[in-house]
Design a protein around this ligand. Sequence first.
Ligand SMILES: [Zn+2]
Length: 142
Amino acid sequence: MAALTPEPRPKIPIGLVLRRGLRRRCPRCGEGPLFRRWIEVHERCSACGLLYQTDHGDTWGFVLIMDRVPLFIGIVLVYFGFRSTSMTLGIGFLVGLLVPLIATTPNREGLAIAMVYLWRIYLPDPSDPIHQREYVIEKRGN
Ligand SMILES: [Zn+2]
C-alpha cells in the first residue's frame, strides 16, 4: 500500500514577491500593475490573471500594520527627545511625517498585497481559486 505524500509545494522566493509588491507589480509574475490610479487596485493581473484580493479584509489588516511604520518613526523621535520649540518646527515635524506617509502609500499597499499573496500560498484555503491549478513563479530577478 502506497503511503500518501503531500504534493511538493512550489518554492516561492519570498524576497522577490515582496519586492514586486513594493514596486507596485503583481506579486506572482512581476509584470501586471497592481493599481490603476493612485491606490485603486485592479481586480486581476493583466499579465497572469491572478485575482489580487479574494477578501479585501485580509489586505486591510496588512495595510494597517504598514501604516504604523512611518508613525512609529515619529513616536521614536519624540521619545528620544525631539521637542518642538516653535510653531514652524512643529509644523515642519508634522509635514516631515505626513509627506513620506502619503508618498509611500501605494508602495506600502503593494507590499501588503504581496504579503496577502504569500499568506494565500503558505496557509492555503481550498476555496481560494489560486489553488485550483498549479502556478509557477519564474525567477527573473525583478
Ligand atoms: Zn501577474
